[in-house]
Design a protein around this ligand. Structure first.
Ligand SMILES: [Fe+2]
Ligand SMILES: [Fe+2]
Length: 148
């Protein structure tokens, strides 16, 4: 699997978890807490591994430099929102409202990665490099998951 397929697969998993949370009810608070904890682990490990492998390989190329800097800021924003959501009571309207803000930010971010960054990355990285990054990404993500 290429790094592009791997990242896309994660993005789909993240979107599924966000859907599940948006459709969850205040009454089923345990389910909501469990699903949120899964989302937080998955999203955090994804962003960390993505940044340490894929982004690092693209950061110093002029074709991708600006997109990478923007992506890093978006990762920080998403991480901040995840921390806030984690510490709030998950049975409230405010929590649901903040979850919508998280979702909008994640969707925007994923859209830019898949529709702009991937395209530029394909011009910057050789097939060999992309394969190596895929291996590094898998390893790094496993490590991040284990440390969560
Ligand atoms: Fe991503
Ligand atoms: Fe990302």
């Amino acid at each position: 699997m290429t790094i592009y397929d791997l990242l896309h697969k994660d993005h789909e998993e993240i979107s599924k978890l966000l859907n599940k949370l948006e459709n969850s009810s205040e009454g089923a608070i345990k389910t909501r807490e469990n699903t949120f904890s899964k989302l937080k682990n998955e999203l955090t490990a994804h962003s960390e591994a993505e940044q340490q492998t894929f982004y690092t390989a693209l950061k110093n190329n002029e074709k991708t430099h600006e997109l990478i800097l923007e992506g890093i800021q978006e990762h920080e924003l998403v991480s901040h929102l995840l921390e806030e959501l984690d510490s709030m009571n998950k049975g409230t309207e405010d929590w649901k409202a903040k979850l919508s803000v998280l979702r909008e930010n994640v969707e925007h971010h994923v859209d830019e990665e898949e529709n702009e960054l991937f395209e530029h990355a394909r011009q910057v990285l050789s097939d060999d490099q992309a394969q190596q990054i895929a291996r590094q990404f898998k390893e790094q993500k496993q490590q991040s998951m284990a440390n969560a």
